[in-house]
Design a protein around this ligand. Structure first.
Ligand SMILES: Nc1ncnc2c1ncn2[C@@H]1O[C@H](COP(=O)(O)OP(=O)(O)OP(=O)(O)O)[C@@H](O)[C@H]1O
Ligand SMILES: [Mg+2]
Length: 1005
């Protein structure tokens, strides 16, 4: 297929010309692009048109348009539109280059200069233009009946507005365009301008001129060199070896991996070592210019020697300075640079003969330089080398580099040298750097320490060992930019994608599937012909954008997340949506069980496809699945996503029911992650309860009410907890499933116990222990938190013991212990803890130590912090009672602090009682008094069940301090409180304390 623009013959099926990039045949469908738009307009065109006759005006316009078109095409821009005397050009469409913004600015500067050479008839004046340049996103789509593909959106509009604020003869840049070229261009500030039709003001800069090589601005915030010790060592070894025999190294690596930086480090070492070094650069602009890097190097040397425009004499001077004086070497180089002298023989040579002479001359320059002084010659970006340069380097390496010369060739990984493998040159592959080095690059750029550890870790993870990405992500983070791909990386990634030609669309389809995908998935989801998919995969792998995974030959991954993002980001929203819908379809077709196994994957694709109903269903399934695996963070995230999608459920019963289901996943998941006291937990349960009431869905109320009850209990709002328990009882009476009865019994019993109503607690718990109670596993299936059967059994035993029925307590404890092997870890720890509490009440330190050790072990293993803290408190108390108070006290204090830090308000009085007892064992009555006082203060929440013990401990502390009056008063209060609770065990204990204190008092007289 021939290109209409440049006549290049292209392979059948190609969409763009391989030579000039113009679209071939039918215009492609709309696509999203990042491109640089140049907008140019004539200054004073209305006056000119009025002054000149129509024919002259037309000729003048034609001359201007010709000059402009040339300047634009010279830099691979695409003239998209003529609007009267205005002109719009695109850089980055139809084919992107890595430096489109720079190309646009170069074209703009040329255009201003060249338009300025066009004379206006009858006036002696020259034409003057204004140019605006802006880089941004645009949808490229056919417009009008002509089918011209134009950029739609703000980007062309902004370029036009910038043009309008540029002074005559100037090039105005938007901030985005300037960011991309600022190190290659000298610019001046044009101040802030309000651009018509755009909100706010924009800071506009004028591109004044290109910087020459030597004066290129310091690269942006270069971070100190990190890592790469081994690679630098290998290069230094090669440098050392080059002294005797010359050395050649080909250093390969992905874009941005650090090839140039490593070369720069070597250069510094070489110079420190007394060696010489120079760099030749290949560039995409000169990929077809013979010996371009050598010519560019010589021109630069002349410019540095004070002859920027070059001359035969300047060239001779530059060459002489490095010892090259032989006319047979100098003359071909003169010809190469177009500085030939009239008598030069080169002018008469055939092209082939001249080429041979240039080869010889170039080689001689290297040999002469390195014979004079050891030399490191770097060739940058060999993947853009012209064929002559490649052939020349191949010859030098094939013959063996001359002694004293090290040739360091840098290229991207996709470059395959056309030379045979040869021990005289070595190949090094630069791998991604490790996370520590990447983090060092990030922190060096973040010199104001604005990024937290988490942000840094995120950047390091995203960069995947690519220093350039690490730098650009850091800059984006520091500047608070939210682009998925930093602007500075977009040109590079887009250009890499475009180089794939038609294979690009295969990668776009793959990107919709995700970072990893399989060939069958891709075929099914893309609907593309298998040959096209095959070709796309092959080219993607060859261009190092894709990586085969595993050995099956069917699985692939994008080499870097950024490449996937770039491919994905180039799709229009509508294409993405359609793509995701196809992927979801293909996933279900390939594996009908996928909705059960990986609902979150389906949910993701349905969401992106804009298929709300299917997405919400799958997110709910994903949330439930995650919750059943205790993956609470994920469960909460899935439920949240679905809730966001539902938004306001309004009054539609189906939507409300769905919302309820989601809240019933979110609430327990959040409670596990954030703790019961998080306000969002309460809001979620409260909303769930509201929904239940509204939907009249009785049984569903069980979980939210239970959650609310736990929430109130743990935050120390005992009356509210009691109310929730009463609602649960009402629910159970309304004929809800048997488990509701059990839950009502457990919650009522436990709350009454906390309140100090032991009889009520015993009675309530007993209701849950009857023969009608469901099996623990049935109860668990509907559970919100704990096994209600275990709760009933535990609090029944505790209440029995305090009420003086030690026998019933022991029997209940034995039953509970028997059931432990059948309980899941959470409830097993609960059972051990409750047994330990009973032993602390009974004062059995040894038994309490054993039971709490079991609870701690499970808590540690399963990461249930509450059981760990509680077990630690009781274990500490046991130790203290067994004579190890000094060791136990610090541990107990830490555990208590952790309990406070968790926000839980329940059990605080109990823990203070344990602590007071431990202080007494330690002989520190002051501290014991303080702890007991703290405990009583905490009991004001309504958790009065520990009051008798706290008063008794106060009495003991006062007595130990020799203060008998307050001791006696405290002991009396202990007796009163225990009697009020009918806690016979405590009444007896308190009464005997009071008698002892009385005895001591009377003994003192
Ligand atoms: N070891 C390093 N320590 C600190 N910064 C580094 C290191 N390696 C690379 N960088 C930084 O990362 C960025 C990219 O590196 P460099 O330009 O050397 O990549 P490259 O491999 O030459 O890429 P390209 O193929 O695009 O030329 C640069 O800004 C460079 O300073
Ligand atoms: Mg480089």
């Amino acid at each position: 297929m021939r290109c209409a623009r440049c006549d290049q013959d292209n392979p059948e099926g190609a969409r763009f010309c391989n030579q000039c990039g113009a679209p071939l045949a039918a215009a492609p469908g709309p696509e999203l692009r990042r491109l640089t738009v140049l907008f140019c307009d004539l200054v004073g065109s209305v006056q000119l048109a009025n002054r000149l006759d129509p024919e002259e005006w037309h000729a003048l316009l034609a001359a201007y348009q010709e000059a402009a078109g040339q300047a634009i095409r010279r830099h691979q821009g695409h003239v998209a539109q003529h609007l009267g005397d205005g002109l719009v050009a695109y850089f980055g469409y139809p084919v992107a280059h890595e430096d489109d913004a720079l190309r646009a600015v170069r074209a703009a500067l040329d255009l201003v200069r060249e338009a300025g050479t066009v004379a206006v008839p009858h006036s002696g004046e020259r034409l003057s233009v204004r140019v605006g340049v802006h880089t941004g996103a645009a949808v490229m789509g056919p417009v009008g009946s002509g089918g011209d593909v134009l950029a739609l959106g703000d980007t062309p509009h902004i370029a036009a507005r910038l043009q309008a604020v540029a002074p005559p003869g100037a090039v105005a840049l938007s901030p985005a365009a300037r960011t991309l070229v600022e190190h290659r261009v000298r610019w001046a500030d044009l101040g802030e301008h309000a651009l018509k039709g755009l909100p706010g003001a924009m800071r506009v800069h004028q591109a004044v001129a290109l910087r020459t090589e030597g004066e290129e601005g310091a690269e942006p915030g270069r971070s100190p060199f990190v890592g790469r010790a081994r690679e630098l060592g290998q290069l230094v070894d090669a440098w050392d070896a080059s002294q005797a025999g010359g050395a050649g190294v080909l250093l390969l690596g992905e874009p941005g991996i650090g090839k140039s930086r490593l070369a720069r480090e070597l250069r510094a070492q070489v110079r420190a070592d007394g060696g010489d070094s120079f760099t030749m650069r290949c560039s995409p602009h000169t990929a077809n210019t013979p010996f371009a890097p050598l010519a560019q190097f010589l021109r630069q040397a002349m410019a540095q020697a004070g002859a920027p425009d070059g001359s035969a004499d300047a060239l001779s001077g530059v060459l002489a300075a490095v010892g090259v004086r032989d006319e047979r070497v100098v003359a071909p180089l003169r010809a190469l640079l177009g500085l030939g002298r009239p008598g030069d023989a080169e002018a008469a040579l055939s092209a082939q003969a001249l080429r041979e002479r240039t080869f010889a001359a170039a080689t001689a320059v290297l040999a002469t330089m390195s014979a004079r002084r050891r030399t490191l010659s770097i060739v940058e970006d060999l993947h853009w080398a012209d064929p002559s340069t490649l052939e020349w380097l191949g010859r030098v390496l094939g013959a063996g580099a001359p002694p004293g010369l090290m040739l360091l060739l840098l290229a991207r990984t996709e470059f395959t040298p056309p030379w045979r493998e040869d021990p005289r040159w070595q190949r090094l592959l630069l791998e991604p750097c490790d996370a520590r080095d990447a983090a060092a690059i990030v922190t060096a750029l973040d010199d104001g320490h604005l990024l937290g550890a988490e942000a840094i870790a995120r950047i390091v993870e995203r960069a995947e060992g690519n220093p350039l990405f690490a730098e650009e992500f850091t800059r984006a983070a520091l500047e608070d930019r939210t682009d998925v791909i930093p602007l500075t990386l977009q040109e590079q990634t887009t250009a890499r994608l475009d180089r794939l030609g038609p294979a690009r669309q295969v990668l776009q389809h793959a990107a919709v599937i995700g970072r990893q995908f399989s060939r069958p998935q891709l075929c099914a989801a893309s609907g593309l012909a298998p040959e096209l998919v095959e070709e796309g995969l092959r080219r993607g792998v060859a261009a190092r954008m894709l990586r085969p995974l595993g050995d099956d030959g069917d699985s692939f991954a994008f080499r870097h997340a950024l490449l996937r993002d770039a491919a994905y980001g180039s799709l229009l929203r509508s294409s993405r949506q359609a793509g995701h819908a196809r992927v979801a379809q293909a996933l279900v077709a390939a594996d009908p069980d996928i909705a059960r196994r990986q609902p979150e994957l389906l949910a993701h694709h349905y969401t992106e496809a804009g298929d709300g109903p299917n997405a919400v269903t799958q997110w709910l399934a994903a949330g439930r699945l995650a919750l059943s695996r205790s993956a609470c963070v994920e469960a909460a995230a899935h439920a949240r996503t679905a809730l966001r999608m539902i938004g306001d459920a309004g009054s539609d019963p189906a939507a409300l029911a769905l919302e309820l289901e989601l809240r019933l996943v979110l609430a327990p998941a959040l409670m596990a992650v954030r703790g019961v006291l998080d306000p969002e937990v309460e809001r979620t349960y409260a909303r769930a309860r509201h929904l239940c009431e509204r939907l009249g869905n009785g049984p569903k109320l069980l979980v939210p009410l239970w959650g609310l009850w736990a929430y109130e209990l743990m935050r120390g709002e005992i009356p509210n907890a009691l109310e929730a328990a009463a609602q649960l009882r009402a629910l159970a009476q309304a004929g809800s499933p048997p488990v509701a009865t059990l839950v009502a019994a457990a919650t009522t019993g436990m709350t009454l116990f906390y309140q100090g109503d032991l009889r009520g607690a015993r009675e309530a718990c007993a209701a849950g222990l009857g023969p009608a109670a469901p099996s623990p596993s049935a109860a668990r299936s509907a559970r919100g938190l704990h096994d209600p059967g275990v709760m009933c059994r535990a609090f029944h035993s505790l209440a029995c013991w305090l009420l003086g029925d030690a026998e019933a307590a022991a029997a209940g404890t034995a039953l509970l212990r028997e059931s432990i092997p059948r309980l899941p870890p959470f409830d097993a720890a609960y059972a051990w803890c409750s047994e330990a509490v009973l032993h602390t009440l009974a004062g059995d330190a040894q038994a309490a130590a054993e039971a709490s050790a079991r609870a701690i072990a499970i808590g540690r293993e399963q990461a249930f912090p509450a059981w760990q803290m509680m077990g630690t408190m009781m274990q500490g108390w046991s130790r203290a009672k067994q004579g190890e108070a000094a060791r136990a006290l610090p541990t107990m204090q830490r555990a208590l602090e952790a309990w406070y830090a968790s926000g839980a308000r329940n059990l605080r009085p109990f823990f203070h009682a344990l602590l007071a007892d431990a202080w007494l064992a330690q002989g520190d009555a002051q501290q014991a008094l303080r702890s007991a006082d703290d405990g009583l203060a905490e009991a004001s929440s309504g958790e009065h069940c520990w009051d008798p013990e706290l008063h008794r401990l106060r009495a003991e502390a006062w007595a130990a301090l020799g203060e008998h009056a307050p001791a006696l008063e405290a002991a009396s209060r202990a007796v009163e409180a225990a009697e009020r609770m009918e806690a016979r065990a405590w009444t007896e204990r308190a009464a005997s304390s009071r008698e002892r204190i009385l005895r001591e008092q009377s003994a003192r007289g």
